[in-house]
Write a protein that binds this ligand. Structure first.
Ligand code: PMP
Length: 301
């Protein structure tokens, strides 16, 4: 692993259909995507040379773009082929894949009807997302954020849109400055939502609950873990969770492509054990991500 800035690394990047040297994958400063947030992206994990849930991520990229009134000029199959091509070209067998689509430089105003839609894929080695400050055995610490997830009619909350991340970045900075790993975010109605980049799960009396994904990203890992739990005979419910309930739960974890299943050891002044159900699900998720396509079960479908 290198600590070099992301624009100064060795490797190859798939850029609008061409594979180019990493340092040459540039865009102009007058790009609509940079000024007005016209960009959508994906975050995918590569396990043993295979992208986990490639179809779901590729489809979400297309859907996110459509939610922003952008049509990516490549088919689902072409997106999948480009993903495979770039991870082979970079010889990454365990790592992270980042597709991004953005509006080009044809217009420099709010309207973007005539901008070209660009597409790029990059990948790199990425072993772990969270390194909890308290250590692996304590889980991550979350801090209640002052920023909230917005009304679905205020912004495209179900799109993995670059613009939405301005909120997450501010919330995450607030948490990090106070010595926490990440933010504990509510939605605009005051209900428990998610962290800055992962979904939340709560466990009590052997049953799992997760907030209904009404105004935040319905994570692919979240959906996988719900199915995995149900396949294991564990009750798993999507429901409303209010912040004054969080003291009642025995185990809490977050899910995400990068986070996988990461236990939460603390939310503000509440502390939690890394309990048996979290550990069982972590093991089951690890098994699932390392399964080869032929051996897939319902959760991996
Ligand atoms: N919420 C946000 C804001 C995220 O950025 C992510 C990561 N993509 C998630 C949830 C989890 O989504 P997924 O499981 O699809 O990675």
């Amino acid at each position: 692993m290198t600590n070099a800035p992301f624009d100064d690394r060795d490797g190859l990047i798939w850029y609008d259909g061409e594979v180019v040297p990493w340092r040459d994958a540039k865009l102009h400063v007058l790009s609509h995507g940079l000024h007005y947030g016209g960009a959508v992206f994906e975050g995918e994990r590569i396990y043993d040379g295979t992208v986990f849930k490639l179809r779901e991520h590729s489809q979400r990229l297309i859907d996110s773009a459509r939610m922003l009134d952008m049509e990516i000029p490549f088919s689902l199959e072409a997106i999948e082929d480009a993903s495979k091509e770039i991870l082979e070209a970079n010889n990454i067998s365990n790592g992270y894949l980042r597709p991004i689509a953005w509006r080009g430089s044809e217009q420099m105003a709010v309207s973007a009807q005539n901008t070209a839609i660009h597409l790029a894929f990059t990948c790199w080695q990425w072993p772990k997302y969270f390194f909890p400050k308290g250590g692996e055995d304590k889980g991550i610490a979350l801090k209640s954020a002052t920023w909230r997830r917005p009304d679905p009619q205020t912004c495209p909350v179900h799109a993995k849109a670059a613009g939405n991340y301005a909120i997450g970045t501010m919330a995450k900075h607030e948490a990090e400055r106070a010595g926490f790993d990440d933010a504990f975010m509510l939605d605009y109605k005051g209900r428990v939502a998610e962290s800055s980049g992962s979904n939340l799960f709560f466990i009590k009396d052997g049953a799992i609950k997760t907030p209904t994904a009404e105004c935040f990203l319905n994570g692919i890992t979240r959906q996988t873990v719900l199915q995995l739990a149900r396949d294991m005979g564990i009750s798993a419910e999507e429901t409303t969770i209010m912040p004054d309930e969080i003291g009642q739960y025995e185990e809490i974890f977050v899910t995400g492509t990068a986070a996988e299943i990461t236990p939460v050891g603390r939310i503000d002044d509440h502390t939690y054990e890394i309990g048996p159900l979290t550990k069982r699900l972590q093991e089951a998720y690890q098994d699932l991500t390392r399964q080869k396509p032929a051996a897939k079960t319902a959760a991996s479908a």
